[in-house]
Design a protein around this ligand. Sequence first.
Ligand code: NAD
Length: 266
Amino acid sequence: MTGAAGRMGQTVCRAVAGEADLTLVAAVDPAAAGRPLSEVVPGISGAAAGVAVLSGVEELEGRGVDVVVDFTRAASALAVLEWCAAHGVHAVSGTTGIGEELERLGALFGAEGAPACVLAPNFSIAAVLSMRFAEIAAAFLPRAEIIELHHDQKRDAPSGTAIETARRIAAARRGAGLLPPVEPTTEEPLPGARGASFEGEVRVHAVRLPGLVAHQEVLFGGPGQSLTIRADSYDRTSFVPGVLAAVRRAPMLRGLTVGLEALLGI
Ligand code: NAD
């Protein structure tokens, strides 16, 4: 695990330590180097609690690691993934912001004899399914709007998931030959009341409130009917089933796999 002391790293360490068929062999995080996981990850159980945190990915050499799970920062994740590719270790990364390096990573992990790499910007199975359902619905219902709702510490708006959902809805609408919707609003006494427009196809509204975690509703409207697709993440454990699925599948994969969709077969 790289990023073991971070919010996602702690969640993944706890989860892996609780799985009978997986072993947490090593943990890396410069912010907690030298400390046992029992001090760094509250509630961690079993042998994993005694694992001492390493300061860099290069210290994983010779420790019998099959799969590295990475939740760090974009700049660090690239170095971690390069190390995995060079050392024949499968990689599963949820770190966001490495989208521009896909071509290079595809070449590294696509080389003859290279290990596999799974990159997923969203490991929540509910979120990934909701995007797929929205994509399907978009071809059949003429109008769609997205409301994404997040905690009040989130810095960016709209969320990456909302932008990706809008992109897929717009593509599905165009693929079905639907014309861009005509915006009915001609007066907006409070500017922004209609939200942001994704390429004139889908309106996106962002809500920021304490108490929320990560939620999204996609609303579709048609004559006399509507459809709402809603996904809720209540805490970081929502990402765990997707991460564990990727860890178990990685040794059977080849090359670079982007998105959980490919692992779910959707
Ligand atoms: P965080 O800041 O809590 O943790 C990041 C950790 O990485 C820190 O402890 C830091 O010390 C450590 N780190 C930095 N460089 C390192 C290196 N070279 N080697 C090892 N560890 C290193 O962040 P977080 O909330 O856990 O999120 C981590 C990443 O995961 C972010 O990019 C976030 O956007 C992403 N994320 C993705 C998903 C998903 O579903 N794909 C879900 C949640 C978060």
